[in-house]
Ligand binder design. Structure first.
Ligand code: HEC
Length: 151
């Protein structure tokens, strides 16, 4: 019996080691997602603010990208224990896991705002500007509550 128990505990130790060494790859993966989001959002924000000349093709491409990136399924990117209190390399606040429904609904707001931008991106600057403003609002609404300040 002792041998069986010892054998089992060695087995579970071996199983848990890779999980430790892996160091939560989801954190880098979801940060990569947000970096791709800002890569595209910057083009649209630049046009909306007059820092970049409006270009219908460029705007449409960035908006199409945003539509698709924000459709990426989030269910495996936010595992419990990957908050900023538990891990150094993330700015995701514990509040996310305390208010998961609200967090998910704020992500849904982002998807809706991105879809709206995609619809009007090719229709000229006057159509683009308010849609991009609403998109920026969706970023801020979530960061305000669920992302720690930088540094
Ligand atoms: C539903 C919530 C939510 C929405 C909406 C959201 N973000 Fe974030 N964002 C986060 C969280 C949480 C983090 C921190 C992730 C981490 O460090 O693990 C983050 C991190 C980031 C980062 C930093 C990535 C890194 O390398 O650390 C950027 C850039 C970013 N978001 C841009 C945006 C932009 C632009 C938008 C809107 C177009 C947006 N986000 C919308 C929650 C959100």
């Amino acid at each position: 019996m002792r041998r069986i128990v010892l054998g089992a505990s060695l087995f579970f130790t071996a199983l848990s080691l890779p999980a430790l060494a892996q160091d939560h790859p989801e954190i880098g993966q979801r940060q990569g997602q947000f970096n791709l989001i800002v890569h595209n959002f910057a083009v649209l924000g630049g046009m909306a603010q007059g820092r970049v000349d409006y270009d219908a093709t460029l705007a449409q491409t960035a908006a199409d990208n945003l539509f698709h990136i924000t459709r990426h399924d989030q269910s495996r990117l936010w595992p419990e224990g990957t908050d900023a209190q538990s891990v150094d390399s993330t700015r995701a606040l514990p509040a996310i896991w305390e208010n998961l429904d609200d967090f998910v609904s704020k992500f849904a707001d982002l998807q809706m705002a991105a879809e709206n931008v995609q619809t009007v991106a090719g229709d000229g600057l006057d159509a683009l500007r308010p849609a991009v403003g609403a998109l920026g609002g969706a970023c801020q609404a979530c960061h305000q509550t669920y992302r720690a300040e930088a540094g």
